[in-house]
Design a protein around this ligand. Structure first.
Ligand SMILES: C[S@@+](CC[C@H](N)C(=O)[O-])C[C@H]1O[C@@H](n2cnc3c(N)ncnc32)[C@H](O)[C@@H]1O
Ligand SMILES: Nc1nc2[nH]cc(C(=O)O)c2c(=O)[nH]1
Ligand code: SF4
Ligand SMILES: [Mg+2]
Length: 224
C-alpha cells in the first residue's frame, strides 16, 4: 500500500499505461477541446461493444512523474484519464490529484463498476451506467450516484431501443438530471444517432445526445 505523497515530492509509483496521445476530446462535456489522453491498461469488464479491447493487456510500467512530464510536452489545458478501467489501478488516484495540482482540467472516464468516492473532487468524472446490451449491467455500482457533483456526468451507451428504455427509467427513478449532466450515446454503428435523437425529443428527455466526435474525424484509427 503506497502512502499519499507530499505535494511536490517525487512520485516513484508506477502505473501500467497503454498509450498517451494528443487529440480532440471526442466525448462528454469537454468535447472538442485539444486534450491529452492517458490510457491505463487493464479492465475487469468485457462490454460486448468495447472499442478499446487493445487496452486489456500489455502496456508499459511508467512512473507518475514520467507520465506527468509527457503530458506537459503537449501544452494542452485538458487531460483525460481513461482505459481500460483506470480505477482498477489504485495509484490512478495519485495521478489524478497530481494532474489537478498541476492546474489541468482533468476528466476521468470510468465504467461505473468501481468506487469513485476517493477520486479528487476537482476531477470531472464521467461515470458510465452499463445498460443490459453491454452484457455488464450487473457490475453497475449504484452507490457511485451518491458521489456525483454538478460538474460530473453520467453516461449511458445504448445498443438498442431496449437499452434506451432502460436508461430512460433509470434517469427518472434516480432523478439523475437534477444531479448532473446525463449523456446518451449510441454504441458506434449500432443505434443510428438520428434515431436516438428522435427518441430523446419524442420523450422530452432532459439528456444530452453524444456522438463520438473523434470517430467522425478519424474513424477507428489508433492514437485518436
Ligand atoms: C473505452 S471506455 C474506457 C473507460 C471505462 N472503462 C468506461 O467504460 O467508461 C471510454 C468510453 O468509451 C465508451 N465506448 C466504448 N466502446 C464504445 C462504442 N463501441 N461506442 C460508443 N461508445 C463506446 C465507453 O462506454 C466509455 O464511456
Ligand atoms: N478523441 C478521443 N476522445 C475520447 N474521449 C474519451 C475517450 C476514451 O477512449 O475514453 C476518447 C478517445 O479514445 N479518443
Ligand atoms: S468498461 Fe470500458 S474499457 Fe472495459 S470493456 Fe467496458 S467500455 Fe471497454
Ligand atoms: Mg475511446
Amino acid at each position: 500500500m503506497s502512502q499519499e505523497p507530499v505535494a511536490g515530492a517525487p512520485h516513484p509509483e508506477r502505473l501500467r499505461i497503454t498509450e498517451i496521445f494528443h487529440s480532440i476530446q471526442g466525448e462528454a462535456d469537454a468535447v472538442g477541446w485539444p486534450t491529452v489522453f492517458v490510457r491505463l491498461t487493464g479492465c475487469p469488464l468485457r462490454c460486448t461493444w468495447c472499442d478499446t479491447t487493445y487496452s486489456f493487456h500489455g502496456g508499459a510500467w511508467r512512473t507518475i512523474d514520467d507520465i506527468v512530464a509527457e503530458v506537459a510536452t503537449y501544452g494542452a489545458r485538458h487531460v483525460c484519464v481513461t482505459g481500460g478501467e483506470p480505477l482498477s489501478q489504485k495509484r490512478c488516484l495519485i495521478l489524478l490529484k497530481r494532474l489537478c495540482d498541476a492546474g489541468y482540467e482533468v476528466s476521468l472516464e470510468t465504467s461505473g463498476a468501481l468506487d469513485v468516492a476517493p477520486v479528487d473532487a476537482r476531477v470531472r468524472k464521467v461515470v458510465d451506467l452499463k445498460a443490459p446490451g453491454s452484457g455488464e449491467f450487473k457490475r453497475n455500482r449504484w452507490a457511485n450516484l451518491d458521489h456525483l457533483r454538478p460538474h460530473d456526468q453520467v453516461k449511458f451507451v445504448l445498443a438498442d431501443r431496449a437499452d434506451y428504455e432502460w436508461a430512460r427509467g433509470v434517469v427518472a427513478e434516480h432523478r439523475l438530471a437534477a444531479r448532473c449532466q446525463v449523456l446518451f450515446s449510441p454504441v458506434h454503428g449500432s443505434v443510428g444517432p438520428r434515431e436516438l435523437a428522435e427518441w430523446i425529443l419524442a420523450d422530452r428527455l432532459p439528456v444530452r445526445l453524444q456522438m463520438q466526435l473523434h470517430k467522425l474525424l478519424w474513424g477507428e484509427e489508433p492514437g485518436h
